[in-house]
Design a protein around this ligand. Structure first.
Ligand SMILES: C[S@@+](CC[C@H](N)C(=O)[O-])C[C@H]1O[C@@H](n2cnc3c(N)ncnc32)[C@H](O)[C@@H]1O
Length: 250
């Protein structure tokens, strides 16, 4: 069973085009411009490097597939996970603000806005191609009025202090190059009593991103919940870890 789970972890990890968060390593996984579907580097949605990215080095967020390819995968395989993550906002009042960090093609935002149109749903991603894809998806689903997607990086969020009620993130934390800096930034933008809920791979080799987040001093005093869960009907294996942190009320 453990062997089967490890195989599933690695397969999914590759499919989701994840890679260690070190920039030097990421360069080896840069898009080669020849996607299997024949889309070249100039096609919209391709995760190519270039000016105007969320990081000074024009980083692509560690993704080695095009925005369109990843979007097809996420729409089919990760729907259960995204639905589950969107349900984290169920108890928020209308008018509350939610942020999805590393939103990719914004599938979680679509679930969120469809279910709770009274919320302000924001997404941030370091990849311009993903931001473009997420905006395209919001418009294509008639949800553009409820969703705002920003180009940005987890450790430098484009929000004022104490402005968000909930921060969520799915399958992105293992890419973040500086988890403690991101933790400080998330704690800065969350209101007192706000929540961070992160879903990521449960344990691919040495990747234990949710554990690293929970250990950050920025979350000292937070109420912590950890859980293992499956990807729902589309991925019924215990592949994911859920970490929920609730900041103390000041
Ligand atoms: C595997 S995808 C997950 C996308 C989406 N959350 C999902 O569940 O389908 C990881 C995403 O995280 C983004 N990302 C990587 N590092 C980031 C960072 N430091 N700040 C913001 N986004 C980042 C990547 O560009 C990519 O879109």
């Amino acid at each position: 069973m453990r062997r089967l789970l490890n195989l599933a972890h690695h397969g999914l990890h590759r499919l989701a085009a994840t890679g260690p968060a070190r920039p030097a390593h990421r360069a080896q996984h840069a898009p080669d411009g020849h996607a299997p579907d024949g889309h070249g580097p100039d096609r919209p949605g391709h995760g190519r490097r270039g000016p105007g990215t969320g990081r000074p080095d024009g980083d692509d967020g560690g993704m080695s597939v095009t925005g369109e390819q990843y979007d097809r995968f996420a729409g089919r395989m990760l729907a259960g996970l995204h639905r589950r993550a969107a349900s984290e906002a169920a108890d928020l009042p209308d008018g509350a603000a939610v942020l999805d960090i590393g939103t990719g093609p914004g599938r979680l935002l679509l679930h969120l806005a469809a279910r709770r149109p009274g919320l302000h749903a924001h997404g941030v991603d370091v990849s311009p191609a993903m931001v473009e894809r997420a905006r395209h998806n919001a418009a294509a689903h008639g949800l553009a009025a409820h969703i705002t997607v920003h180009l940005g990086e987890a450790a430098r969020l484009p929000f004022d202090d104490d402005t968000l009620d909930l921060v969520v993130s799915t399958l992105s934390v293992h890419h973040w190059p500086d988890v403690p800096a991101a933790a400080r930034e998330i704690a800065r933008v969350l209101r007192p009593g706000g929540r961070l809920v992160v879903y990521d791979f449960r344990g691919v080799a040495d990747t234990r991103p949710t554990g690293a987040l929970a250990a950050c001093p920025a979350f000292a005093g937070a109420r912590v919940e950890r859980r293992t869960l499956s990807g729902g009907p589309t991925l019924p294996l215990p592949l994911f870890a859920r970490l929920a942190l609730e900041l103390p009320r000041r």
